[in-house]
Design a protein around this ligand. Structure first.
Ligand code: C2E
Ligand code: MG
Ligand code: MG
Ligand code: MG
Length: 278
């Protein structure tokens, strides 16, 4: 049936609950074989050290090119894959692919990989990470796992996070400030980095950025107090960069520096960024 649905069926999607549910069910069906059919791929976005733009890391961002609908938003299909359970196979593939890609880069940049809360609660995760490192030969300290606040909210993940840290990988708290994490959790789970969500970075561009400055300043201070590194997400403009730098945020990610690109183009992006920074 999937073959007979055109692009239009998706475009004409109506926000009626029944129709929406039907579309999601169809998409979920397609997602079931997207991995096997080679429709999933990784883009990478460089994370840089600020104005000079020296690359520090690259974040792997999952892409799904659907044969009829074209690119489907990760925000949509990752959620679907979490609900349907496919995120376990997909997430395992992302880990292996990202480690393999990073092992082949000409510079020892960190590779950041997003982990779903569903993966975090699956018993095989630590073995999967260990296998991805072993098979790729990537040194563990070059792998940084990005987790959201909601993923680490419960106490039951403490053991998994400890086991991951014992492998030597780094842990980053993604989208910081949008969820609810207690200071105690931040400290206990031994994170290495906070990623300040784009929602806090965007208003730094406004003429009247007083409150945004105070908020981001407080987050940077908090990170420092806990001994964590800090990355700002969604940096698009010079004003944001200037504020972030003045506040002491040491790593930046955003369209201002680099747009996510295909894995095959990343080595060239790294070289270009390095040449520009020199
Ligand atoms: P995220 O981990 O917070 O990733 C950053 C998102 O911000 C990416 O969106 C990136 O393209 C976007 N971005 C980067 N710089 C800018 C900027 O300057 N302006 C704006 N407007 N956006 C910027 P993307 O690729 O659509 O991914 C969305 C989310 O999907 C990710 O948010 C992450 O939560 C999830 N995701 C992506 N790949 C994976 C994956 O492999 N596994 C899991 N579990 N989730 C993933
Ligand atoms: Mg992320
Ligand atoms: Mg993020
Ligand atoms: Mg974000």
């Amino acid at each position: 049936a999937a073959k007979h649905r055109g692009r239009d069926a998706w475009a004409l999607y109506t926000p009626v609950l029944g129709e929406r549910a039907r579309q999601r069910a169809l998409l979920l069906q397609d997602l079931g074989h997207a991995l096997r059919d080679g429709q999933l791929m990784l883009d990478y976005q460089l994370i840089v050290d600020g104005p000079a733009g020296r690359p520090l890391a690259a974040e792997a961002l999952l892409r799904w090119r659907h044969p009829h609908h074209g690119a489907v938003e990760p925000a949509i299909f990752v959620t679907l894959a979490e609900e349907g359970g496919q995120i376990l196979d997909i997430g395992r593939w992302v880990l292996r692919q990202a480690c393999r890609d990073a092992a082949g880069w000409s510079r020892p940049l960190t590779v950041a990989v997003n982990l779903s809360p569903v993966q975090l609660r699956c018993p095989g995760l630590v073995d999967d990470v260990a296998a991805a490192l072993h098979d790729s030969g990537l040194p563990p300290q070059r792998l940084e796992l990005e987790l959201t606040e909601s993923a680490v909210a419960g106490d039951e993940v403490a053991d998994v996070l400890r086991a991951l840290r014992a492998l030597g990988v780094r842990l980053a708290l993604d989208d910081f400030g949008t969820g609810h994490s207690s200071l105690a959790q931040l400290q206990r789970h031994g994170f290495d980095r906070l990623k300040i969500d784009r929602a806090f970075v965007a208003p730094l561009a406004a003429a009247d950025a007083g409150q945004a400055l105070a908020l981001v300043g407080a987050i940077v201070t908090l990170a420092r107090a806990l001994g964590l590194a800090c990355t700002a997400e969604g940096v698009e403009q010079a004003t944001q960069e200037a504020h972030l730098q003045a506040l002491g945020c040491e790593a930046m990610q955003g369209f201002r520096y680099h747009r996510p690109c295909a894995a095959a183009h990343l080595p060239q992006s790294i070289d270009t960024a390095l040449a520009r920074a020199a």
